[in-house]
Design a protein around this ligand. Structure first.
Ligand SMILES: NC(=O)c1ccc[n+]([C@@H]2O[C@H](COP(=O)([O-])OP(=O)(O)OC[C@H]3O[C@@H](n4cnc5c(N)ncnc54)[C@H](OP(=O)(O)O)[C@@H]3O)[C@@H](O)[C@H]2O)c1
Length: 270
């Protein structure tokens, strides 16, 4: 069995391979990367490294030869027209290389959000469905990392977390929990033609975030909404479904996802 992973030098790919190594021998994993010279740690651990660039279709069919499972980690390009083309290159190459099963890191609760970021993922899922290759859609929640742009340390200093008004609820999870769930799917049978919503099982609010900031800082942090707050993140959050929850991730991991307190600790300056 060969499990081939694209985007393997990225943050999610690195964590997926770390979890996968706990479940399958290194010689069953193939890391596909755009910069093989940065993948020396994989080689040192006995993982085969192959060159693959989503913009170079000829590199892809070669890189995917022999794949029992191919994990397409969605491209990080910030132009969605380019990303749609890149994902199409991967799917076409998977077909050419006779990949037995394609898995895709999609986005949670597509179709329930206010769409634009969802279009890319829906288009990619559609292309995979129509390719006829057995598939698994791993619909990732928003990473909890997004809290990094909310000014948490500033909120602690001021004793007040201020956000744009709204009935905000978040189903976010850490990359590490996503990677653990995805590694579980990659290393076990019976996931063919299934879609998993990889979110937290319970959503959290900005009020809860302020309470946790108080606990972590050891001083009160209150919460207030203010229409004067200017931050690009609220426009983005308004376009996706951040509130729906599912149990899929905890079932795959076989335990609870990281708590909000654990997840935001890395964003707090001691
Ligand atoms: N759920 C969320 O909240 C969320 C947030 C941000 C992003 N995402 C999506 O999730 C994906 C994985 O997240 P991440 O944290 O691992 O992102 P990341 O650290 O930026 O990793 C993205 C990976 O994609 C690779 N890549 C980009 N363009 C490529 C190309 N043309 N050909 C081959 N590989 C290419 C990059 O290669 P290099 O190492 O060579 O640059 C990198 O390894 C992102 O790419 C993005 O689509 C999700």
């Amino acid at each position: 069995m060969s499990i081939i992973i694209t985007g393997a030098n990225g943050k999610l790919g690195t964590l997926i391979i770390k979890h996968l190594l706990e479940k399958v021998p290194a010689n069953q994993i193939i890391a596909c990367v755009r910069h093989p010279e940065k993948a020396f740690e994989y080689l040192a651990r006995g993982i085969e490294v192959r060159y693959c660039d989503y913009d170079q279709p000829e590199s892809l069919a070669e890189a995917f030869v022999g794949a029992s499972k191919l994990l397409l980690i969605s491209s990080s390009n910030n132009n969605d027209t380019i990303r749609v083309r890149q994902h199409a290159h991967v799917i076409e190459a998977a077909k050419k290389a006779k990949v037995e099963h394609i898995l895709f890191t999609s986005f949670a609760f597509l179709g329930m959000g206010n769409i634009s970021p969802s279009h890319l993922y829906l288009a990619t899922e559609h292309a995979i469905l129509t390719s006829g290759i057995p598939y698994t859609f791993l619909r990732n929640a928003l990473y909890t990392d997004f809290v990094g742009v909310l000014g948490l340390n500033e909120a602690i200093t001021k004793g007040e977390l201020v956000t744009y008004p709204g009935n905000w609820l978040f189903n976010t999870v850490t990359r590490n929990d996503l990677a653990s769930g995805i590694a579980a799917v990659l290393s076990s049978p019976d996931h063919t033609n299934k879609t998993y919503e990889l979110t937290a099982p319970r959503s959290w609010s900005f009020e809860e975030l302020a309470m946790i900031l108080s606990e972590l800082a050891g001083k009160p942090v209150s919460y207030r909404q203010d229409p004067q707050v200017q931050n690009w993140i609220y426009g983005f959050l308004n376009k996706i479904d951040t509130s729906s929850t599912a149990l899929d991730l905890e079932i795959l991991i076989g335990g609870p996802v990281a708590t909000l307190k654990e997840s935001i600790r890395p964003f707090i300056t001691p």
